[in-house]
Ligand binder design. Sequence first.
Ligand SMILES: [Zn+2]
Length: 70
Amino acid sequence: MAKKDRTFAAKLAHDQKKKEAKLCPVCGAGIQHAVLYEARYKNGKQWSPVRKVVDICDCNKDWVYNQVKK
Ligand SMILES: [Zn+2]
């Protein structure tokens, strides 16, 4: 999963440079966008990557990082 980690880190760093002013209405933290790739299995053997764009703030960052750290 090293490649996936690098991709995620690079994307996160890129978004941090943009410094979007968007704030989460729930926790008030700045929202960052990141792209996650998940493996979706078909018939238990074949799989294909599923691209997901997620908004990261204090509400869900623990969940998101857990997805990446596998
Ligand atoms: Zn939030």
